[in-house]
Design a protein around this ligand. Structure first.
Ligand SMILES: Nc1nc2c(ncn2[C@@H]2O[C@H](COP(=O)(O)OP(=O)(O)OP(=O)(O)O)[C@@H](O)[C@H]2O)c(=O)[nH]1
Ligand SMILES: [Mg+2]
Length: 262
């Protein structure tokens, strides 16, 4: 069988659960007899819940950059991500040498550095060039319990999608921490039934017209929103199905011969 590398770029704000989901999703993929390369793309990561197959820290480490150039953590992360440009070709070669079915790239949480500066999209475009790729944008479920907070997070996801130029799936993480009542509220937020007009009841909104327009925009632009838990495994099969829909054009490794590389 010809193995095609599919890239899943895991993005989201700090602490949204990227590394934990990278671990859970890669195990899920292996449990389904497909192979996966785990890439830690965070030069500032202290530790990861999975063992990276490819690790940008072996090329550039933020702690070294801090001490060498006398920078603080944010400045050093900006410099480190810039410096990755010099190594991206080697990183790509290292990833491709595994020749696995999927590559999961666990990104840093500082979106202002990895998505909104020029170099982040440049690195990811280089990495995924010639391959099918999808961004998986994570939002902490807890931040989607109020309509305004949800709209803010979805706007962030849309801004990130515009910067990265990739199709995007949204996963709501840590669903296991919600009570059943909260879970119902959360799912209803993304339901067809949810009406932006309900926002008018909120007293905290400075500009209600703007809030309503943004609400309509995010409602129209948000396609796949999947509640997940890395603890219980909830939503992992839905993420896989959504990735297939976006990337696979009907092609599905689950219905193909296993890679035999596990
Ligand atoms: N209960 C629960 N906790 C989770 C889940 N996913 C992540 N966490 C916890 O949330 C915290 C942050 O998770 P990480 O995976 O490190 O988040 P991250 O997005 O990689 O964080 P940064 O790389 O620092 O931006 C950790 O304490 C995780 O154990 C989940 O599905 N359920
Ligand atoms: Mg992380």
């Amino acid at each position: 069988m010809v193995v095609t590398l599919y890239y899943i770029i895991v993005m989201g704000p700090a602490g949204s659960g990227k590394s934990t989901l990278t671990h859970a999703l890669s195990s899920w993929i292996e449990d389904h007899e497909m192979s996966v390369t785990r890439v830690n793309f965070d030069p500032a990561a202290d530790s990861t819940p999975y063992t990276p197959d490819v690790d940008v820290r072996s090329y550039i480490n933020v702690k070294d950059v801090m001490s060498k150039y006398g920078l603080g953590p944010n400045g050093a992360l900006i410099a480190a991500v810039d410096m990755l440009v010099n190594h991206i070709s080697d990183i790509k070669n290292e990833i491709e040498s595994f020749n696995d079915n999927y590559v999961i790239v666990d990104m840093p949480g500082q979106l202002e550095i990895v998505a909104f500066r020029r170099v982040g999209p440049l690195l990811i475009n280089y990495l995924t060039e010639g391959r099918k790729s999808v961004a998986l944008f994570l939002i902490d479920s807890y931040l989607t319990l109020s309509p305004l907070s949800t709209i803010s997070m979805l706007l962030l996801s849309i801004s990130t999608m515009l910067r990265m130029g990739k199709p995007q799936i949204i996963a709501l993480t840590k669903a296991d921490l919600l009570s059943s009542e909260q879970e119902v509220r959360l799912i209803n937020m993304f339901d067809e039934e949810f009406r932006c007009d309900d926002l008018i009841e909120s007293r905290d909104i400075v500009d209600i017209e703007l809030a309503l327009r943004l609400c309509e925009t995010v409602k129209e632009s948000t396609i796949d929103v999947i509640p997940t838990s890395a603890v219980s495994g909830k939503g992992l099969d839905e993420i896989y199905a959504a990735v297939q829909r976006v990337l696979g054009y009907g092609e599905d490794y689950l219905t193909e011969e296993p890679s035999g590389k596990l």
